[in-house]
Write a protein that binds this ligand. Structure first.
Ligand SMILES: [Zn+2]
Length: 281
């Protein structure tokens, strides 16, 4: 099993009618615990890094650690660089060894997004690597205009053109989802998702997967979502786990022990996501 190609894992998910959780990670525990639960659940997993955390942990350190753990895993594991805002960031990720990267030109015009994404796609494919891109714009959950009013949703016809022009391996869609905590309960546009899925033939990705009602997530998987990104909820589960452990043992003076005490509750959170991310049959 071990380290597996991004496109292979997403194809496995589509064929198996489940969805691969992509957990955002930032340190050893967040990588190792996600892989540990994937092994227990016998499911593929994607561990990904937001490149903005490069100031805290160098891309290569993170990539090497994740790939080393992946190499010894009993299930397929992908190591992926999340939201690269520029060609240079995406290329730095490829140079650091990430087998797949996301290039996010969704704030640009359609033509500019195509140009940026196509350039990253050419470079990545030349290196045997793969690319996720975004069309429509997945904004911030704190801003209702970003996810509730439709102005930034993905257009199915544009998606077809975009994929033809860029040759990307997967597409992140904007269908009422957003990053971070939501200011109001999200309402995924499932009919729009079905139209996009009918129009294109590559796997679709849902960013901002935290705090979307479970029933909507299930429907989204049934309608073609093969990868769901989970950052906010994972970081919250870490925070809650550590907080509870510190409250339960105020006299402990070792963060290592607190971390070990928190592991079960965080793994329980991760297990819940694997259980959720299956298509309704
Ligand atoms: Zn995102």
């Amino acid at each position: 099993m071990a380290l597996e190609k991004y496109s292979t894992v997403l194809k496995m998910a589509q064929e198996g009618r489940y969805c691969v959780p992509a957990f955002n990670t930032y340190n050893y525990e967040t990588i190792a615990w996600a892989i540990e639960v994937a092994e227990e659940e016998k499911r593929p997993v994607i561990v990904q890094l937001y490149p903005g955390y490069d100031f805290y942990i160098p891309l290569k350190v993170m990539c090497d650690a994740a790939k080393e753990l992946a190499a010894h895993a009993s299930v397929p594991v992908c190591v992926h660089l999340d939201h690269s805002a520029t060609y240079e960031i995406a290329f730095a990720g490829l140079a650091a060894g990430f087998p797949s990267v996301m290039i996010d030109g969704s704030s640009l015009s359609f033509d500019e997004n195509v140009a940026l994404t196509a350039a990253v796609s050419r470079a990545a494919h030349a290196l045997g690597c793969e690319v996720e891109a975004e069309l429509g714009h997945v904004g911030s959950g704190s801003n209702l205009d970003d996810f509730a009013t439709g102005g930034k949703f993905t257009d199915p016809d544009e998606a077809v053109k975009f994929i033809e022009l860029t040759n990307v391996d997967a597409l992140a869609v904007s269908i009422g989802n957003a990053h971070g905590a939501y200011a109001a309960t999200p309402n995924l546009q499932l009919d729009l998702l079905s139209k996009i899925n009918d129009a294109v033939d590559i796997p679709l990705v849902l960013h901002g997967g935290s705090d979307i009602p479970d029933e909507q997530i299930k429907q989204a998987i049934t309608r073609g979502i093969a990868k769901v990104n989970i950052a906010t909820e994972y970081f919250r589960a870490m925070y809650k786990g550590y907080s509870a452990s510190i409250a339960a043992a105020p006299d402990k003076d070792s963060l290592f022990e607190i971390s070990q005490m928190s592991k079960d509750s965080v793994k329980e959170f991760l297990r819940g996501k694997f259980n959720l991310l299956k298509a309704d049959v």
